[in-house]
Design a protein around this ligand. Structure first.
Ligand code: ACO
Length: 350
């Protein structure tokens, strides 16, 4: 059986830089508060007219495909992870297939939020290992800036997120010491409502009673897929109970990283680089300390881009590779945790 390797990686971030001071024009916040709690200094926001989640995904994909030494017509399957799709349906996979003039290959959309890219990579890995496909494009992209509450009401969420895209081309490899060694996927829906965007949706208030959705007016909210009341009460934006997310994240990240190492009879000492989902610098630092990893064993770039959800791992992996921090033979762990909750890891030999 083959293993799969990342044959090419690419990233795209919009040109428009939005600093913490820029956010202060819209909401009651400070650079100091944001940096102290999250580590974020600035993030990128997509062009308001021409740039979408898919177009950013296309830009990253073009680079990944070129670096893999192939053309878009060689791609035989697409896996696209995002929580901020261009349309509610159809998904971004088909829009990318059209934009890149690919053959009529399969396009699968993955909805696993911050764990989306690792889930997508795991799906692609299985198709390569089974011999079904030879060139799979895996994309993670987000345009968060279109769906955030930039008033003071939404500041606990909106300061964290940024736009961007990353992409990888997976191919089979027969080399003994190369490729994805294993992937590990988990979920626990008990916490589904503490990091979520409830509307528009078909929930009809069903979960409101059981799970006490934040600040919901049951009578008005549940009857429609979309309503004026939802807009008036700003219930079309993401909701996050940050402290609860933090507590579970710092438990699950180390668990799933250790799980990947133990599955391959390896230890943290063998790890060349950990690329955690860029949720929050404080979470990454906590994980580093808990696993007793050196500074040079963990890659972070949330300071520049904020949390780009499904795009954060491929953007970070690409940047680490471009900076020469990921080299042939290196043991790299990708680890994610996020809404769902879902969490996942992938261990690979570059
Ligand atoms: N600027 C200034 N003040 C703010 C802001 C802001 N942007 N946001 C919230 N505050 C205020 C609150 O109103 C509150 O004020 P009060 O004490 O007068 O009521 C105070 O700051 C503390 O608010 P908390 O929400 O308790 O702040 P906390 O210390 O928990 O920090 C944060 C919030 C950064 C979100 C933190 O909980 C956290 O890091 N959580 C992890 C969640 C995370 O990283 N999510 C990322 C997305 S999910 C993922 O990718 C896994």
């Amino acid at each position: 059986m083959f293993k799969s390797k990342i044959a090419g990686i690419g990233k795209y971030v919009p040109k428009n830089v939005f600093t913490n001071n820029d956010l202060m024009k819209y909401m009651d916040t400070t650079d100091e508060w944001i940096q102290e709690r999250t580590g974020i200094k600035e993030r990128r926001y997509g062009d308001r007219t021409g740039e979408t989640t898919t177009t950013m995904g296309v830009a990253a994909a073009k680079i990944a495909i070129e670096r893999a030494g192939i053309t878009p017509q060689d791609i035989d399957f697409i896996v696209f992870a995002t929580l901020s799709p261009d349309y509610y349906f159809p998904g971004c996979g088909v829009l990318l297939q059209r934009a890149m003039q690919m053959k009529d290959v399969g396009a699968l959309d993955v909805r696993n939020q911050c764990s989306g890219f690792v889930y997508a990579l795991s799906v692609a890995d299985q198709f390569i290992k089974s011999g079904m496909y030879k060139n799979i494009l895996v994309v993670g992209a987000e345009k968060h800036s279109f769906g955030l509450d930039f008033s003071t009401r939404g500041r606990n969420v909106s300061v964290i997120f940024g736009d961007g895209a990353g992409a990888a081309v997976l191919q089979p490899t027969e080399k003994e010491n190369q490729g994805i060694l294993s992937t590990h996927l988990h979920s626990d829906g008990t916490h589904a409502e503490i990091l979520a965007m409830y509307n528009p949706g078909t929930h009809a208030n069903h979960w409101v009673k059981e799970n006490k959705l934040a600040d919901f007016d049951e009578a008005e909210m549940g009857e429609m897929f979309f309503s004026h009341a939802m807009l008036d009460k700003a219930q079309v934006f993401p909701f996050m109970d940050g402290q609860s997310v933090f507590k579970v994240a710092v438990e699950k990240f180390p668990q799933v990283i250790k799980e990947s190492l133990e599955a391959n009879q390896l230890t943290t000492a063998d790890l060349s680089l950990l690329i955690p989902h860029q949720a929050n610098l404080r979470i990454a630092q906590f994980v580093q300390k808990k696993l007793q990893l050196r500074e040079d064993q963990v890659f972070n770039n949330i300071q520049k881009y904020g949390n780009t959800t499904a795009a954060s791992i491929p953007i970070a992996l690409c940047e680490a590779w471009e900076e020469g921090k990921v080299k042939e033979g290196d043991l790299v762990c990708l680890a994610a945790f996020g809404s769902g909750f879902t969490w996942a890891s992938a261990l690979l030999r570059w």
